[in-house]
Design a protein around this ligand. Structure first.
Ligand code: ZN
Length: 79
């Protein structure tokens, strides 16, 4: 049984919209799962300094350089 599922990882950082894929994978294995990510982490890569940010409280501002972060998930973009 899976108690917690988070999309937070240090390598691949999926957007929260990746939940359906996670849920489907868990369902296929027959594992009981929560109805959604228990911890939603919003990742954005800063266009200015290219640092990976974790957006908190819908505050789309780079913590490293203060630039605005894009509203759309962009972590998968090439550097
Ligand atoms: Zn930045």
């Amino acid at each position: 049984m899976v108690e917690e599922v988070s999309n937070q990882s240090t390598g691949y950082c999926p957007d929260v919209s990746s939940w359906p894929a996670v849920a489907e994978a868990l369902d296929r294995t027959g594992i009981h799962r929560p109805p959604g990510f228990t911890q939603e982490v919003v990742f954005r890569r800063c266009h200015s300094c290219r640092e990976l940010n974790i957006v908190r409280e819908k505050d789309f501002v780079c913590v490293f350089c203060g630039e605005d972060l894009p509203p759309e998930w962009n972590v998968g973009e090439p550097l």
